[in-house]
Design a protein around this ligand. Structure first.
Ligand code: ZN
Ligand code: ZN
Length: 143
């Protein structure tokens, strides 16, 4: 655990408010177009990597779904809000940007799994756009 004196914990919550948390972002926001994120979130998952910094006020308010051998997804037991994607091995928890009280503070840095994106939508603007193979070459992938 880093005890970084300059860290700023950002607050967030689920739709119904049963889950409240704070977290410290380590990167800007990315969009994941993979099928699992789209099915899970009901849209495009906009996530912010917060390392191991997420602190949930009451862990009993969360349910967990193992979506792959290496990752799991956590959501509110009451309202079902999609909240956290976590590496089972630790070191990386991606938090839904929309769950933070102020989602506007995150720079929109990249889009991943662009090859899995349906053709009927696209985000405007210039940023890194990586295919699933490119993401998986860089890390374990977010699926
Ligand atoms: Zn909830
Ligand atoms: Zn994804």
């Amino acid at each position: 655990m880093d005890a970084n004196a300059s860290e700023t914990r950002l607050p967030g919550r689920c739709l119904c408010g049963a889950v409240t948390f704070t977290a410290v972002p380590v990167h800007g926001m990315h969009a994941c177009h993979c099928e699992r994120c789209r099915r899970w979130s009901g849209g495009v998952y906009l996530g912010v990597d917060c390392g191991d910094s997420v602190e949930v006020a009451d862990a009993g308010t969360l349910a967990t779904y193992g979506s792959s051998d290496w990752a799991e997804r956590q959501f509110c037991r009451t309202c079902g809000a999609s909240l956290f994607w976590k590496l089972k091995a630790g070191g990386m928890t991606v938090v839904s940007a929309q769950a933070f009280d102020d989602p506007s503070v995150f720079a929109f840095g990249s889009e991943i799994y662009v090859d899995a994106k349906p053709d009927n939508y696209a985000f405007a603007g210039d940023r890194a756009r990586l295919t699933g193979a490119e993401v998986e070459a860089r890390c374990a992938g977010e699926t």
